[in-house]
Ligand binder design. Structure first.
Ligand SMILES: CC(C)(COP(=O)(O)OP(=O)(O)OC[C@H]1O[C@@H](n2cnc3c(N)ncnc32)[C@H](O)[C@@H]1OP(=O)(O)O)[C@@H](O)C(=O)NCCC(=O)NCCS
Length: 194
């Protein structure tokens, strides 16, 4: 068994959607059934400008094996941010509330890749796969920045936070509440290329 990273086309993502969503639910410890709520949004995201997805798959390296059908242990995707997207509107509202000036907001929002999802199946975590996925996802991007949101955790004490800090992500907004979600999130970002 070997672990490989493969780029998924929109068609691959739609075919492997239940595997990708199941990794997301297991990694985030969300209740079963969350998959169904997210499925149509993940498909809609595949149509956004600049969408890119990378999966970590476990292959047996048999001749003729199709890696796009191999068991999936990690998934990451994102796309180009745009003003008509709910996430950008939320982040802009948060930046304004935090007192950021218009020039700073424009500089951040004009050209960025939104790293929307990054998840590794729990038994495969802690081996560097998350970092490998993020690096492949961001390789060759033309945007000026990458932005992401991640739940706030006391002391930044989880693998996601350690990974983002190690890769040089810094604070854009802290303790932010997206409308309709009681949890606090951090918006983090860094310049590209990584
Ligand atoms: C966040 C997440 C994607 C990170 O992926 P990961 O593969 O677990 O983590 P990394 O790629 O950072 O792996 C680094 C760890 O692997 C270890 N490692 C082993 N071999 C390694 C290698 N060749 N290269 C890098 N790290 C290696 C490191 O020591 C490090 O261990 P530590 O985290 O205990 O300090 C993953 O843990 C996850 O899915 N978490 C739950 C969901 C989540 O929080 N998603 C993000 C929401 S925004």
């Amino acid at each position: 068994m070997a672990t490989h990273l493969i780029e998924l086309s929109p068609v691959d993502m739609q075919r492997r959607l239940s595997d990708a969503l199941s990794i997301y639910v297991d990694a985030m410890h969300y209740p079963r059934g969350t998959e169904e709520q997210r499925a149509s949004m993940w498909v809609e995201h595949t149509r956004r400008h600049g969408w890119k997805a990378v999966a970590a798959v476990q292959t047996s390296d048999e001749p003729g094996e199709d890696p796009t059908e191999a068991p999936m242990v990690g998934i990451a995707y994102g796309y180009c941010g745009a003003p008509d997207q709910w996430w950008q509107q939320q982040v802009v509202a948060g930046l304004r509330r935090s007192g950021a000036d218009a020039a700073h907001i424009t500089a951040l929002m004009t050209s960025y890749f939104e790293l929307t999802e990054l998840h590794i199946l729990p038994p495969a975590q802690g081996r560097g796969l998350g970092e490998a996925l993020i690096r492949q996802l961001l390789a060759g991007r033309g945007e000026d920045h990458v932005l992401l949101s991640t739940p706030e955790i006391n002391g930044e004490a989880n693998r996601a936070w350690r990974l983002y800090r190690r890769l040089g992500f810094s604070d854009v907004i802290r303790g932010y509440h997206f409308s309709g979600d009681p949890r606090a999130f951090a918006i983090l970002g860094r310049a590209l290329p990584l």
